[in-house]
Design a protein around this ligand. Structure first.
Ligand SMILES: *[C@@H]1O[C@H](CO)[C@@H](O)[C@H](O)[C@H]1NC(C)=O
Length: 398
């Protein structure tokens, strides 16, 4: 980028300082970090119970699909159970905090504002519309809801500003577990009709179409939470036919195959789609370390659920007093990897959010979230879509 002059006179320096201070006044906060954060000030979230902030509270579904009752949310970060499937916050709440954004509201929350993004996540949702059909908001429907938000932003902010917001926003996607558990393993009609690798390519094919659909609407910066060793969920450990106390390996193998296929798709999309940037990590190994060596990461138990009943707390009875057997809640959820028989504790959400935010490319890549949000390093104008204006300030990156 050409700069007006490299020999800066005291006058031009004063002028620059003046400009910067005007800039920071108009963006209402002070530091350079705030200015940078304001450059990517939106987060759009798609997926399942790993990130649902309470959308399922607003839909007709079964009580299994809702977490708006005690002891969910019991750590008191929110003043009441919100519908998050854990003891407190979920991963995207931490990411919003690191990005200096407010908590991103559920799309279905009446009269919420979406200028900083929206969360479309729905507990139980899958990539495929057949997964828990009729009980959840599937990914395709979540994309339609995003279209609605996008249209409203264009209407409210004007075409140019809305495009800028949409291309600078980060799109967080965490989905797939339910396709393999409810949609495949626990669904004999499907698991008899498709071989595992066929089913994985169907899920990945549909996920890849969804990513492209978002790209076509102007999305450029993506972050993926890949699948954990699903066979180690307390509910599946308890259902392991080997009954040797180990994880249900056939189910973990599906998660592994999904993750490998997703990584390959992302590599190729980054070649094909101009300006497509993403963060991805090996969440499978990441969680496996914590399950196997909990004390290294500050946990006491990597196997059993804090809240539930039966072996490993594997019965999904947490908060459901109607269950004949009742349920137990542990004293310190922060000692546990698993909050209930399906879902991780807040502490896990916090740790993975930190990893995705700031880990080096050997662990999260090609970008981490901090780089995606702050547009550090290689925000070259040529990379950045058909947005004509608003990028001048970034032209000086070395
Ligand atoms: C998407 O999923 C449907 C089933 O819902 C399947 O019939 C179709 O082949 C999948 N598409 C791709 C591209 O894999």
């Amino acid at each position: 980028m050409a700069r007006p002059s490299s020999s800066s006179s005291p006058f031009s320096i004063i002028f620059l300082i003046l400009l910067l201070s005007i800039n920071s006044i108009s963006s209402s906060s002070g530091s350079p970090e705030d200015l940078a954060a304001a450059a990517a000030a939106a987060l759009f979230i798609f997926g399942d119970s790993t990130i649902d902030p309470g959308n399922n509270n607003y839909i007709e579904t079964t009580s299994d699909m809702k977490a708006n009752h005690q002891p969910y949310g019991q750590n008191g970060f929110f003043d009441k159970p919100t519908g998050r499937f854990t003891d407190g916050r979920v991963i995207v709440d931490f990411i919003a905090e690191f990005a200096k954004l407010p908590i991103i509201p559920p799309f279905l929350q009446p009269s919420a504002s979406f200028v900083n993004g929206a969360n479309f996540g729905s507990g139980g949702a899958g990539v495929l519309p057949e997964t828990n059909q009729g009980l959840v908001i599937d990914l395709q429907t979540q994309l339609k809801q995003f279209d609605e938000v996008r249209s409203n932003l264009i209407e409210g902010l004007g075409d140019k500003k809305a495009r800028e917001l949409i291309s600078q926003a980060v799109y967080f996607i965490s989905i797939g577990s339910n396709d393999y558990i409810a949609g495949y393993v626990l669904n004999p009609k499907i698991s008899e009709a498709y071989r595992p690798e066929e089913f994985v390519s169907m899920v990945i094919g549909n996920l890849s179409q969804s990513i492209q659909a978002l790209y076509d609407k102007g999305a450029r910066k993506f972050c993926f939470l890949s699948l954990c060793p699903l066979g180690c969920l307390p509910i599946l450990r308890a259902a392991n036919p080997k009954a040797d106390g180990g994880c249900f390996e056939d189910i973990s193998a599906l998660a592994s195959a999904h993750n490998n296929a997703l990584a390959a798709v992302l590599t190729s999309l980054a070649h094909i789609l101009k300006g497509f940037k993403y963060a991805n990590s090996d969440f499978y190994s990441w969680l496996d370390y914590r399950i196997q060596h909990p004390s290294k990461y500050g946990f006491k138990d990597g196997v059993s659920a804090c809240c539930g009943s039966g072996p490993y707390g594997g019965v999904y009875s947490c908060g459901r007093t109607k269950e004949a057997s009742g349920y137990q809640v542990c004293e310190n959820p922060e000692d546990f990897v698993w909050w209930d028989s399906f879902h991780a504790s807040e502490r896990i959400h916090e740790q993975i959010a930190k990893t995705l935010w700031s880990d080096p490319p050997s662990s999260v890549g090609p970008y981490n979230l901090e780089k995606l949000f702050l547009g550090e390093e290689e925000l070259r104008i040529a990379d950045v879509v058909d947005v004509e204006d608003g990028w001048g300030d970034f032209g000086t990156t070395a």
